[in-house]
Write a protein that binds this ligand. Sequence first.
Ligand SMILES: *Cc1c(COP(=O)(O)O)cnc(C)c1O
Length: 413
Amino acid sequence: MSTHHRDALETLDREDPLAPFRPRFRLPSGVIYLDGNSLGALPTATPERLRRVIEEEWGEALIRSWNDHDWIGLPITVGDKIGRLLGAHPGEVVAADSTSVNLFKVVAAALELRPDRRIVLSEEGNFPTDLYMLQGLQRLLGDRFTLRTAPRREVVAALDDDTAVLCLSHVSYRTGEILDLATVTAAAREAGAVTVWDLAHSAGVLPLDLPAAGVPLAVGCGYKYLNGGPGAPAFLYAARDLHDRLHQPLSGWLGHARPFAFSAEYAPAPGIARFRCGTPPILSLAALEVGVDLLLEADPGQIRDKSRRLGDLFLALVAERCARWDFTIACPTDSARRGSQICLRHPDGHAIVQALIERGVIGDFRAPDILRFGFAPLYVRYVDIWDAVEHLRQIMETRSWDRPDLAHRGAVT
Ligand SMILES: *Cc1c(COP(=O)(O)O)cnc(C)c1O
């Protein structure tokens, strides 16, 4: 393939087996959206689904909808659908809470599986909320465990016979680097530790088979590649053979075996339902279900293949057109080791990302100096990559990023 002619890329887009999915998202004209790894785009079916839930299920049926529209079962039905993206068996996934809260629940439960061990091990550059939640749990539990971190590459070597839990991101949010699920999980198991994976940047974009990889516990995000909408419920996976031995500390009434018995004593529900806590957010779950249903129509192998090609194309075009400027590549160049994002480093990265956004090319910036471009294969085209890199070239050529107002940082970057 010649990557260098826009015409050739138009042909690739026409022949793309995933092309029929793009019109099923609402994408504003004039925008090249390379941030589906932070907030997935809006499926065109979502507004109508939400209208029905609001006007009919809530407005007309009112409280009867908990039974009549099975609102009460939605965390499990949506969880099972997400489970299909993870290779999970039915009954191994629940859609609930946020990724942060789910991590807290599973790590606390995992610690109880290893009562004699005192280390929770994670990676230095992990997504901050993961580390913050571990710090909060550590504080809550007194000196029950010590949080230890190691560089991502050295984390397996840092396992020892005191490691209770290993807590890692499958795909690094900063560099897009993939760790091998099966190999790392097996190494931890060998060392006697329980692994908790964060799949925020994997679910919906990488083919996954958690049972085959021997993964005991995982959490992940609903608003990134699952296109569930801002603040969508997250998910939690627990291998079914562990369910009876897992006890999570946020023992709210909807994780109870019989919530409507209103008994004073907590008794965990059998199965994954014990990871529920309070009343589920029905509007958000309905929106999430639309996003997940759309992904379930697509072939995961085709998604992965296109994702790799989009990334390779981006890197090839940057090498060809932007070599004169100070970009360094901060992600693996081998697409087999890379999630669906390209990360570049540049000392003026923040202003450059702002200048791109001004032109409608939406990526994001991760402190201190990373420009991050995510590719959601259901709606990003090959020509979008060509155009995005051309905008980048023009911005560098004209130094249009070099303006005082572009130095301003919003509350969200
Ligand atoms: C996006 C992301 C989260 C988000 O956590 P929330 O509690 O849903 O805000 C957590 N972990 C990782 C690795 C992420 O990329």
